[in-house]
Design a protein around this ligand. Structure first.
Ligand code: AMP
Length: 646
């Protein structure tokens, strides 16, 4: 799962929130002919308005290709939105999108106000994802929300570039639904899992077929692309659509399905027509015996029965692409029958966008499906197993979660091996970097024990000199030679018991970088400091000193662990909001020392009595990128912590 932050997780009161919507609506003579997309955006907008945000909406419309085309202005959308929201949506008429009118409009906003910017594609930088326009968009806001799944497969300024320059990014409800339904259907399906693929071309769905063959139990292929498969198996296909270049590929896919034990269904009978016309003569023939002069335009009745039966067996069905030329009423029966089969199936049914979504809606089965994707190209890329740039940028701003266990002074080498064996299967599926920071003497056996797993090994401390008369200490080279990749520096217990100071922390941090070790730099306040209200000031000071002499590129790779001392080993946990407040301030401090890029890249953990029960809430906070886990890292609970999102 992705580390997504949703609009439910952020406090927007008094903040300017830039929302990337999908207002790419059909227009005729300047009037909106279908406002479905505008209506679909209302839940996210209403949520932000009710939360007291100052909502700045943006979108593209059509293909102006970087020039100002008045007929593609978003003005009519602002008018329609005002009616639907029941409040004024001020249109920032600004051909530069982020020019003086937009700035003036955004500065005049009160909490709960909504404005709409001009078509983002009036700017030539938009589709090139150029920094200047991304920065201008980011400068308008404090928080960014992406709710435009339809463009998520493109990396443009308004959906990807901008996230580099905003401190907080989240996804809106529409985007969240897409990620959950498409993502879960493919990666976590209830089985049997069937995919139904159709449409005109094999070439446009190659990667989908290839990816889904790794995941499905049943693969059904219909539509124009089926004839390439039928020809590959030696059938005669008359004048049907075929891609000669993909015949070999089709053969490979049939073999792959066999090898994987996937049940692959191809049409056994076909409706053929003597020309590409609704009024053409037509008849049903076996799929491999299409006469010369005739072309396949729909699946036949026997195939409909077989495909429908297969769908009714499934618990998850993903459908992309029509079964025939459904735009022509006489050849729409196959597509209609599949829509009906999905509607009647006792299964999670997910419709990829584009033609299949249009067909399902047009045939009146829309409300019978679990989810109909709003993005054609985007849903196809999702089914190809690709990471969509728009989704990645808005979900975790590129920061992967990192969850480290600090074993402290526990576990002898042989006990360490037993614990690793116990934890290995529990942490195996984690969508996060998993690190075990173990006592120095356990590092060598631990490194061998985790080979081939997703576990990384770190140390709990090191000294800042290379070698010499420092009896009992461990040097950075000793750690790297032993195979450690991370090192905890400045843990509050070391600051407390072993007189570790901000200055020694800084020396150690510099040394760690010199040796290619990733430091997990700890900071945090005591109960007294919290009660005195000096938490932020105190932590900022610790961070400033720890990073003295560290350059931006090094800082980007560092991990900071915020550990409220009052919550370590006491069973007390900071609330999600308390933890977020300090982690957010730490990120701000990094931004002050370096820049927004560095602040966006650095990972900040929360540490202090994290458990399987508290992890999900804490790690969902926008500035918390995982945890430094004490006691719970020695138990089964650590498996729950690293799988907090499951
Ligand atoms: P795609 O964009 O690849 O999903 O293809 C959708 C198009 O495939 C629709 O416009 C259908 O009319 C077309 N299509 C489906 N089956 C056939 C067929 N047997 N022959 C020609 N076109 C087809």
């Amino acid at each position: 799962m992705l580390n997504k932050v949703s609009v439910d997780d952020i406090d927007v009161r008094g903040k300017k929130v830039l929302v990337r919507c999908d207002f790419n609506v059909p227009l005729a003579d300047g009037a909106i002919t279908d406002d479905t997309r505008i209506v679909a955006s209302l839940p996210t907008i209403n949520k932000l308005v009710e939360g007291g945000g100052r909502v700045i909406l943006c979108s593209h419309l059509g293909k102006p290709k970087g020039t100002v085309k008045p007929e593609l202005s978003l003005k009519p959308v602002a008018e329609r939105l005002s009616e639907l929201l029941g409040k004024e949506v001020r249109f920032a008429a600004d051909p530069e999108v982020t020019g003086p009118n937009a700035k003036a409009a955004s500065e005049a906003m009160q909490d709960g106000d909504v404005i709409l910017l001009e078509n983002t594609r009036f700017r030539k930088e938009e589709e090139k994802n150029e920094d200047n326009f991304s920065q201008e968009l980011a400068a308008l806001c404090d928080v960014y929300v992406n709710d435009a799944f339809g463009t998520a497969h493109r990396a443009h300024c308004s959906n990807v570039g901008v996230t580099k320059y905003v401190p907080t990014a989240a996804v809106g409800y529409l985007m969240q639904r897409e990620i959950e339904f498409l993502g879960n259907a493919v990666d976590n399906p209830a089985r049997p899992f069937a995919a139904v693929l159709g449409g005109s071309k094999v070439s446009s769905k190659i990667s989908v077929i290839n990816n889904l063959l790794e995941k499905v139990d049943i693969l059904i292929i219909g539509g124009g692309m089926a004839y390439t498969f039928i020809k590959a198996q030696g059938g005669s296909i008359g004048n049907s659509l075929v891609e000669e270049d993909y015949i070999e590929y089709a053969k490979e896919m049939v073999e792959k399905a066999k090898a994987k034990g996937v049940k692959m269904l191809l049409p056994t009978d076909t409706v053929v027509a003597d020309r590409f016309d609704n009024e053409a003569n037509s008849k049903v023939v076996p799929s491999g015996e299409i006469p010369e002069g005739w072309m396949g335009v729909d699946i036949g009745p026997e195939t409909i029965a077989a495909f429908s039966a297969a769908v009714s067996e499934a618990k998850t069905v993903v459908w992309n692409g029509p079964m025939g030329v459904f735009e022509m009423e006489n050849f729409a029966a196959g597509t209609r029958a599949m829509a009906e089969a999905l509607a009647n199936a006792d299964a999670v049914t997910v419709i990829g966008g584009g033609d299949s979504a249009a067909a399902v809606n047009q045939m009146g089965y829309g409300d019978k499906m679990t989810h109909i994707s709003t993005g054609g190209g985007a849903s196809l890329e999702f089914l190809e197993g690709k990471v969509l740039p728009g989704v990645a940028a808005a979900t975790d701003k590129g920061r992967r979660k990192i969850i480290a266990g600090n074993w402290k002074m526990n576990k002898t080498p042989s006990e360490a091996l037993a614990l690793i064996e116990m934890l290995k299967p529990l942490v195996a599926g984690a969508d996060a970097d998993v690190v075990f920071c173990v006592p120095a003497i356990d590092i060598i056996p631990a490194v061998s024990a985790v080979k081939g797993t997703n576990i990384h090994i770190g140390a709990e401390n090191m000294y800042f000199e290379e070698s010499g008369a420092y009896t009992g200490e461990i040097s950075p080279a000793m750690l790297t030679d032993a195979g450690a990749e991370y090192v905890i520096i400045g843990h509050s217990e070391r600051r407390g018991y072993f007189a570790e100071t901000d200055e020694t922390v800084n020396k150690k941090v510099l040394k760690a970088f010199e040796h290619g070790l990733i430091p997990i730099i700890c900071c945090g306040e005591s109960l007294t400091q919290r009660e005195q209200g000096i938490t932020i000031e105190w932590v900022r000071q610790q961070i400033k000193i720890a990073f003295l002499g560290v350059n931006a590129d090094q800082a980007k790779t560092a991990v900071i662990a915020y550990e409220p001392i009052w919550a370590i080993g006491t069973g007390k946990v900071a609330t999600d909001e308390q933890a977020e407040e300090v982690c957010c301030a730490i990120r701000k401090c990094i931004e002050d020392i370096y820049d927004t890029d560095t602040a966006a890249a650095i990972r900040i953990q929360y540490g202090g009595s994290v458990t399987g029960a508290s992890a999900a809430g804490l790690f969902a906070m926008p500035d918390i990128d995982g945890g430094l886990v004490g006691g719970a890292s020695l138990k089964e609970d650590f498996g729950k912590i690293v799988n907090y999102d499951k």
